[in-house]
Design a protein around this ligand. Sequence first.
Ligand SMILES: Cc1cc2nc3c(=O)[nH]c(=O)nc-3n(C[C@H](O)[C@H](O)[C@H](O)COP(=O)(O)OP(=O)(O)OC[C@H]3O[C@@H](n4cnc5c(N)ncnc54)[C@H](O)[C@@H]3O)c2cc1C
Length: 362
Amino acid sequence: MKIAIIGGSIAGLSTALRLQNSGHEVSVWERRNPTSSGGFGMLLDQKTLTRLSSLGLRLDPQLQKVTKYEAHDIHSGRVVRRGLNGSFAIQRSTLIDHLKNEIKHHSLNYDFEFTHFEPNSGNNVQRACFSNGHKIDADLFLGADGVRSSVRNLQVPGPDLTPVKTVEVVGMADMNSLPAKSRNTFKKYIHQGKGIAFGIVPCAGDKVIWYFQIDNNKWPQSLGSNHQRNQWLSEELSHWPHQVRRIAMSSRLENTHLWRTTDRDLPLQFHRGNTLLIGDAAHPLLTFTSQGVGSSIEDAVILGDLLDEYESSPHQNLDDCLGEFSAIRKPILEGHLKNGRDLQQRFLGQRPHCIDTYPVSA
Ligand SMILES: Cc1cc2nc3c(=O)[nH]c(=O)nc-3n(C[C@H](O)[C@H](O)[C@H](O)COP(=O)(O)OP(=O)(O)OC[C@H]3O[C@@H](n4cnc5c(N)ncnc54)[C@H](O)[C@@H]3O)c2cc1C
């Protein structure tokens, strides 16, 4: 089958690889340029790693084992410690590069910004059109264009994104800013009731990812200009433990990234006609669950298996096959959505909260 994928990040690339492995004629259309993978890093669980190796990726040397979780309550000094089973951290650029290396070079197209489909009425579309005038015909179109997906807006609009209640300021520091004994520990420092927490995730490539998780209603400065935010963070850091200050101040605050975290209820179906949404375009999740990356990779594997079945059974139609994708994925994603919202409410102080309830996730 000829399949065009709009968006070349984790969901788009892992799906391209899975479908290429089944012999489909796949193309990926990404609006960024090929050198700008961006981002910092992510925690992967054992299931996600197994799925990535089923796609043919060998990531072992690029992974940092994260074996412990430690939550510090800044106010009371209480510390909760737990063992972590099968968690690994990887730099985002490393994962993206590995995926790209496995996909046929000519399938990857950069600097192509999707604008619309033709025809623009009816369920099925024939071609995707890009801002540079290029058009591509395909049998199946996959919208892997992220949280604010244009494919979704055109083909499967609604429900709306929820208002942003928490933001994350994410940065990356060198591993030597972390004491040797902490290099396998995911730490979280929590200011109960203050609407602010600090996370540290040791990552492969001698890097540490750190992030402030912030209630943006309590801390509107977090949404100010870069300059205002950095001034506020520098001042705020002076009230935090030495370890936190050392990591955040060892990297330049100007190089941090602000995430406005949001989610949305699931649509009835992830597809309309021959267009299917995958990854964050289909089901953005709050960062509390740390399931965004794993869910995108799970989409890739499940869709690949369903399309294999569809191709081998002459009586099945594409609509049923894509409908089956929603039927399998929605109950799992409902669980992640609910979990993320529950954890967010606890963080915002809208539900009883104690440090033991924090998720073992970034
Ligand atoms: C630059 C960047 C950095 C990130 N860094 C991290 C991180 O450090 N840690 C973490 O846990 N998660 C990170 N994420 C989020 C994480 O990748 C996703 O939550 C999750 O993996 C789902 O991925 P996705 O492919 O569905 O969506 P995304 O990763 O959001 O990818 C969507 C892709 O579609 C492209 N796109 C959007 N609109 C168009 C268009 N009109 N035409 C063509 N292409 C389009 C975007 O450029 C992007 O590459 C990052 C995402 C991005 C885009």
